[in-house]
Design a binder for this molecule. Structure first.
Ligand SMILES: N[C@@H](CCC(=O)N[C@@H](CS)C(=O)NCC(=O)O)C(=O)O
Length: 218
């Protein structure tokens, strides 16, 4: 029997994005949870796997270690287990403009938008002085809103970001909608993303992931 995937996680964080993917792809996995204050403090068990002390980290069945959520999603989409259907994949077929679009915006979310939290959550890690820290927080928050505006403008009017097909982009939207600027901002400024996030949250296969990561009504 092959070992399960091991996801190093913390409830409500970006590890939930990869947790969704493992469920949707029907892959066997176990979760090693870290309280978020342990992640921030640099838990030695997490740092042994990811020296940045960030979740998610993923250990593949053969022991290979992955960091970077987008890399994990792209990799896991290609794992086809017996009984899983090609149409259940979260990336459009190779060589199509749709795939180019999904890769572009998946990386936009992971590599451009996600770091606004890295630099804004605890600004005094990067700049000296409370006032400068507040300014960095304010500016990264404002920049994130601008970036979400771009994701909103590109969203389809369908149930998911690209239309009828659930893709990697939807997983980021579904989870990140719980983070700053928060649900009220999304409702007022990003109606398509609000709808998409609700559809991901109520996806029948993802009920367990939601129960583990988010409180009802959150
Ligand atoms: N580029 C990474 C970012 C991961 C990341 O920033 N994770 C946050 C949780 S949502 C974290 O672990 N932060 C801890 C820290 O910044 O020290 C990815 O896409 O996986």
């Amino acid at each position: 029997m092959t070992a399960p995937y091991r996801l190093l996680a913390s409830p409500g964080t970006g590890s939930a994005i990869v947790e969704c993917m493992l469920v949707l792809r029907g892959l066997p996995y176990v979760i090693e949870d870290f309280a978020y204050d342990r992640v921030l403090a640099g838990d030695p068990a997490l740092m042994a796997k990811n020296p940045l002390s960030e979740v998610p980290a993923l250990v593949l069945p053969d022991g290979t270690l992955m960091t970077e959520s987008a890399a994990m999603l792209i990799y896991l989409d290609e794992i086809v287990r017996e009984g899983t259907l090609l149409r259940d994949r979260l990336v459009p077929p190779a060589g199509t403009p749709e795939r180019a679009r999904i890769y572009r915006w998946t990386l936009f979310l992971a590599a451009t938008l996600y770091p606004t939290f890295t630099y804004g959550d605890d600004p005094e890690r990067w700049v000296a002085g409370a006032e400068t820290g507040e300014e960095l927080r304010k500016r990264t928050d404002a920049y994130r809103e601008e970036l979400w505006g771009m994701v909103e403008r590109e969203a389809s009017p369908g149930p998911y970001w690209m239309g009828d097909q659930l893709t990697l982009v939807d997983l980021y939207i579904g989870v990140m909608a719980y983070w700053r600027p928060g649900k009220k901002w999304f409702a007022a400024n990003a109606p398509k993303l609000t709808r998409i996030a609700a559809n991901v949250a109520s996806h029948p296969k993802l009920a367990g992931v939601w129960a583990r990561n988010f409180r009802v009504g959150q």
